[in-house]
Design a protein around this ligand. Structure first.
Ligand code: NDP
Length: 466
């Protein structure tokens, strides 16, 4: 029994990035803490998201690097990729990381229940398999998100599709893959499979992928998909998936534009939803948004004062480091006597397309809407390395500068290693650096990144320059 008079001071539902961090910090602050996880300790990021995905990006990128090596004079013979061998190694690493998460929880003194938990009321949690009822002073909902798919009435044959959950368990490399969607997951996996030599088709309902990103990023990534050999079909969605027995590519995907595409693997990457179904939010009185996400304030507190929520389940910014910070600030504030809340502005992020996207701050459109006048600096160039390559891949850098005080309010990059670059640039943007301070920073030569401090020419829209 905890000091609070309940079984635990804190019960965390969901052992992903946000939940694990919150549980550990709260326990280290002296709280009696339990955590429940219905799938595997580590959550989406470690088990079926960022971590295995990044290994697949690395695997895919080696194919390109072998081609590049040839252009630089290497004789690399006829490359052969052993997909099952790679997948086994990748899963071994995922297992190792999951084990570390578990050990860290144990070391912090957190009790771990590896089963589903649901709320019975605002202080009671039912552990489903063992049927145990546990009381807690505070409850943290950290159940994350789950891939969304249309219902069979909306999309006949949807049962033949897989999502990002199953993609990490393919036993062999597909021959022809069709991916529906044009967001983070669709674009990343289109590049991964194209790079691994799979005939890849991406079907997107809009015109240009990566809706919500800066326009120059979107066009660069869209063109990059085509350059990587991905067949991109726009203005179309899946209408029906037909299974044809005995065919090498058993799925015939009927599209809304009247055409069909054949595949042996069909992936739906059409967004994720907060994992609140059956969680007992209604019983506990926790209010949800129309999309089923837990509504929270800046302290991650829900409509019920002793229940908090962090991470993707709150539908704020669905990124691992954000969930970690939200979980940490919750635990520090509620149990550590150190009140702070995570600032959701200027969160840098990357999309692991090939080349990558790195972005922080506002898009040009957002900045124009918020501030009216902005200065834009941008460049699209062939980096030094490609001079000796057959394939001429270009990179894009863009700065969005607020005109009145010359503060850099957005940086957008499409380039190899853009994820690494934007981590550093995120510091400058968060500090409120001005364009003059970017200019005053000396270039590192010869690098790709030096372009970010050598952008001198303001970009003028064609209509203005005419
Ligand atoms: P996104 O929200 O990024 O993209 C969903 C895509 O599906 C959009 O292109 C959307 O179109 C399309 N779509 C939505 N509904 C339908 C429909 N009914 N029919 C056809 N197409 C549809 O979701 P993801 O699943 O790719 O990723 C989820 C989140 O996970 C991301 O927002 C991100 O926060 C996180 N994530 C982060 C990664 C990273 O940091 N590198 C990697 C992977 C995921 P439209 O654009 O027209 O709305």
């Amino acid at each position: 029994m905890a000091e609070s008079g309940y079984d635990y001071d804190l019960f965390v539902i969901g052992a992903g990035s946000g939940g694990v961090r919150a549980a550990r910090i709260a326990a280290q602050a002296g709280a009696r803490v339990a955590i429940a996880e219905e799938f595997r300790i580590g959550g989406t990021c470690v088990i079926r998201g960022c971590v295995p995905k990044k290994y697949m990006v690395y695997a895919s990128d080696y194919g390109r690097k072998l081609d590049e090596a040839r252009d630089y004079g290497w004789d690399v013979g006829e490359p052969d990729f052993d997909f099952p061998k790679f997948m086994t190694k990748m899963h071994n690493e995922v297992d190792r990381l999951s084990g570390i998460y578990l050990r860290n929880l144990a070391n912090a003194g957190v009790d771990v229940f590896e089963e589903r938990a649901e709320m019975q009321d605002d202080h009671t949690v039912l552990i489903k398999e063992s049927g145990k009822t546990i009381s807690a002073d505070k409850i943290l909902i950290a159940t994350g998100g789950t891939p969304w798919r249309p219902a069979p009435e909306e999309l006949p044959g949807v049962e033949h599709t897989i999502t990002s959950n199953e993609i990490f368990h393919l036993e062999e490399l597909p021959k022809q893959i069709v991916i529906g969607g044009g967001g983070y997951i669709a674009c990343e996996f289109a590049h991964i499979f194209a790079g691994l030599g799979v005939e890849t088709c991406l079907v997107y309902r809009g015109d240009t992928v990566l809706n919500g990103f800066d326009w120059d990023v979107r066009t660069a990534v869209h063109d990059g998909l085509t350059d990587a050999g991905v067949r991109v079909i726009t203005q179309a969605v899946f209408d029906k998936i037909e299974k044809r027995d005995g065919e090498e590519c058993p799925y015939k995907v009927h599209l809304s534009n009247g055409t069909t595409v054949n595949a042996d693997v069909v992936v739906m990457a059409v967004g994720r939803r907060a994992a609140t179904e059956g969680l007992g939010c209604d019983k506990a009185g926790v209010k949800l948004s129309e999309r089923g996400a837990v509504i929270v304030d800046e302290k991650s507190q829900t409509s019920v004062p002793n229940i908090y929520a962090v991470g993707d389940v709150t539908d704020r910014i669905a990124l691992t480091p954000v969930a970690i910070r939200e979980g940490h600030s919750f635990a520090d504030t509620v149990f550590g006597g150190n009140e702070w809340s995570f600032d959701h502005d200027d969160v840098p992020s990357a999309v692991f397309t090939q080349p990558e996207v790195g972005t922080v701050g506002m898009t040009e459109a957002e900045a124009r809407k918020a501030y009216g006048d902005v200065d834009i600096y941008k460049t699209n160039f062939g980096p030094m390395k490609i001079a000796l390559l057959e394939k001429k891949e270009r990179v894009m850098f863009k700065l969005v500068v607020r005109q009145d005080d010359q503060r850099v309010v957005g940086v957008h990059i499409v380039s190899p290693d853009a994820g690494e670059m934007i981590q550093m640039l995120g510091i400058a943007v968060k500090m409120g650096a001005t364009k003059a301070q970017f200019d005053a920073t000396c270039a590192v030569h010869p690098t790709v990144a030096e372009e970010i401090v050598t952008l001198r020419q303001k970009w003028v829209p064609e209509t203005e320059s005419a």
